[in-house]
Each structure stands twice: as C-alpha cells, then as structure tokens.
Design a protein around this ligand. Structure first.
Ligand SMILES: *Cc1c(COP(=O)(O)O)cnc(C)c1O
Length: 383
C-alpha cells in the first residue's frame, strides 16, 4: 500500500535512539517483569490521567477481565455494554461468567446510547461497560446518572482512547442530564470517570507498546488492591495466594517503551485531531458519505466515515486499487458473532452501521499531502 491505514515505521524511526537506549538499560538491569520501570510507568500514567491508581497488566483484554473481577462481577450478573466494539469487550464479560447485555449505539458517535442502556436494565444488572470507540468519549454524564439511579458500577473500556477527554454530551443530545453531573466530569480524561478504566497498549493503539500490554485505572483504594492481587495469581504476598487470579504482569521492556512514548502522546493526539479536521473539511460536502462528529476531547484512534447506498465495500476496493488502505471496524456487531449465535436480537443501528463504516488512514505522522490524496481518491470515486 502506498498509504497504509497505519504505519508504525515512521514513529519508530523518529524515536529509535531514545527507545533503543531505554530498552538497553532494561536488558542491563535484567529486571524483565514488573519492577521499577513498571512502577514508574504506573506513577506517570496515574499522574497524567489524574487518577489515584494505575496498575500495569498484560493486555487490554486482561485489564477488562481483572476490572470485572475486582468489582466482584461473575456468575448470575448482567453487564450492559455496546453492540458495536471489538469482541474483547464482550468476551471479558463472558469469561468472568457474567452475561453481556447489548445496548444499541448512536448514529453520530458510534458509542453506546444511554436510552438503550436504560431499556436493558434488569434486577441482575451489576455494571455498565461503555467503550470510548475510535477515541471518542461515550456519553459519560448520562451514563453516570443512570449508574447512580440504579446502583450500578461503571467500567470504561479505554483501549482506543488514551488521552481522550470528556467535554459534555451536549452536542445534539436530547437526554439532558443535570448540570452538576456534567460539571463534575467536564474536562476529565477517560479512565478516571467511571469506577475503573481498562487501557490497551497493543502496538496499534494511540499509546502503543512493542508487544502486548494494558493498564487498569481507578480512584478506589480497595479496587486497586484487588486488581494488584489478581494480576499476580491472587496474592498480596508471594506464595500466600488468597483467590483465583491470573498471570497478567506487564513486562519492563514494554513499560520503558511506553514511558518514552508517554512524553509524546499529547502531540500525537493533537496531530490526529488535525488530520481528522482536515478530512472533515475535504470530505464534509460529499452527499454519499457521513464524516465523523468532531469534539475537542476526541483522540481519533480511528477516522471512520459512513458510506451510503451499500457502496462501502466497493469504495474500499477502489481505494485499495489506488494503493490506499482502509479497514472495517467492525463488520459484525459483537452480539451477532458466531460465538453468541441465536442468543441476541440484533440492535438496528449497530446492524446498519456494520454495513456502512469505513476507517481511513490516520496516524500522527500522516502528512497533509497524503490526507489530501486519500480525500481526492474518495472524491474521484463519486465523480
Ligand atoms: C484493542 C481493544 C481491546 C483489547 O486490547 P488488547 O490489548 O488487544 O487485549 C479491548 N477493547 C477494545 C475496544 C479494543 O479496541
């Protein structure tokens, strides 16, 4: 591909000496798992996000799994999440023995619809698990109000949204929440808004390691302590295991790479926003596509358009022919995957958007010329 959907080479080449140097120090130290580098990363991320605790784990999936366990969610419980996400979201709920219940999404944000959450609450509901999809915060003020009203916990899936900030639900929203609720979280980073946050450092994410990695965030001391135990086989003290846990330790090489990259994440997220704004300018007038809604806290992990008239796959092939990469996140809503065959009635908006979404190349190093080239190709498709 002339313009791939993601190019990790450019970033590594820019940071090569810094990253290679940091890795060499870890190799010299022979402290390969957890240890001082992971501790420093945890402190730096907690301070960056403004949360009391950050706990490094093996992946974003493990972060979700341990978050659910730390909230004591399991057999007999229901957790309401979005139809429209990567399967790790629902899988983690199923893996702890709880039942995922799928709310529908909003057309304009691709995120979970608070009204749909309300409709799915039953006496078994224990928690809401919103995903900040593509880097855009979900409607957290409304979600918090619902959680408070029904006594539910909130687990934020922040895998695609490191550095995203919540700036109000107000744009086009008819479900008005109280000013107090909105003000209490206005301008906050995701991961510090619900009871617990789960991040992924998979290499393709906005803050990506060079292997698997993840992080749990919380302001609650007890939840943090449980999460720390769960990542090391349920033990506070070595060889004194108190519960079934996991081997989910973050390794020090990944931590040291992430510490280097953390210094750049604000600039990178800003660059993604600039690219998204440019795309929106160039593509906003096309009648047959819908460009994503733009908000200040959105970190554009993906830049995702909606393609009308059933022409999505045709456009994707046309772009590929011109050497331009694009991807479909996601072709099938989570609840309609073969793993849950026949268990759930499809949600209409999620079903529709699964046929329409197309994610275009976006990464901080993508030049303006290339953004223009991608836009030109799409414009020429409709000529
Ligand atoms: C990537 C991702 C995960 C899983 O993270 P891993 O680190 O790959 O385990 C979970 N949820 C969402 C929304 C993701 O995009």
């Amino acid at each position: 591909m002339k313009i791939p959907i993601l190019d990790l080479q450019l970033q590594y080449q820019q940071l090569k000496s810094e990253i290679d140097g940091a890795i060499a120090l870890v190799l010299e130290s022979t402290q390969f798992v957890l240890g001082p580098e992971v501790q420093k990363l945890e402190q730096e991320i907690a301070s960056f996000l403004g949360v009391n605790h950050a706990i490094g784990v093996n992946s974003g999936t493990d972060a979700l799994l341990i978050a659910l366990r730390a909230l004591n969610i399991g057999e007999g419980d229901e957790v309401i999440t979005t139809s429209f996400s990567f399967y790790a979201t629902a899988e983690s709920i199923s893996l702890v023995g709880a039942k995922p219940i799928f709310a529908d999404i909003e057309e304009d944000s691709f995120n979970i619809n608070p009204e749909s959450i309300k409709e799915k609450i039953t006496p078994k509901t224990k928690a809401i698990l919103p995903v900040h999809l593509y880097g855009q915060p979900a409607k957290m003020a409304q979600i918090k109000e619902i959680a408070e009203e029904y006594g539910l916990k909130i687990i934020e899936d922040c895998a695609q949204a490191f550095g995203a900030k919540y700036y109000g639900d107000c744009l086009g929203c008819e479900q008005k929440c109280s000013d107090a609720q909105r003000n209490s979280i206005e301008g906050k980073y995701v991961g510090g808004i619900g009871d617990i946050g789960a991040f992924s450092f998979y290499p393709t994410k906005n803050l990506g390691a060079y292997g698997d990695g993840g992080m749990i965030t919380t302001n609650d001391d007890d939840i943090a302590e449980l999460a720390r135990m769960l990542r090391v086989h349920g033990a506070k003290k070595n060889y004194h295991n108190e519960m079934l846990g996991y081997n989910s330790r973050l390794d020090s090489i990944q931590a040291t790479i992430l510490r280097v990259k953390l210094n750049y994440i604000k600039d990178w997220n800003q660059a993604r926003q600039n690219i998204a704004r440019k795309y929106n300018q160039l593509l906003g007038n096309l009648k047959s596509i819908v460009v994503p809604s733009f908000s200040d806290g959105h970190v554009f992990h993906q830049y995702t358009i909606r393609v009308d008239n059933g022409r999505r796959d045709e456009l994707k092939a046309y772009l590929a022919d011109k050497g331009i990469g694009s991807m479909i996140y996601y072709p099938i809503p989570q609840d309609q995957l073969p793993v849950y065959k026949g268990q759930y009635t499809p949600n209409p908006i999620s079903t529709q958007l699964a046929y329409e979404v197309l994610s275009l190349p976006i990464y901080p190093e993508l030049s303006e010329d290339k953004v223009q080239e991608v836009a030109n190709a799409i414009i020429s498709f409709y000529d």
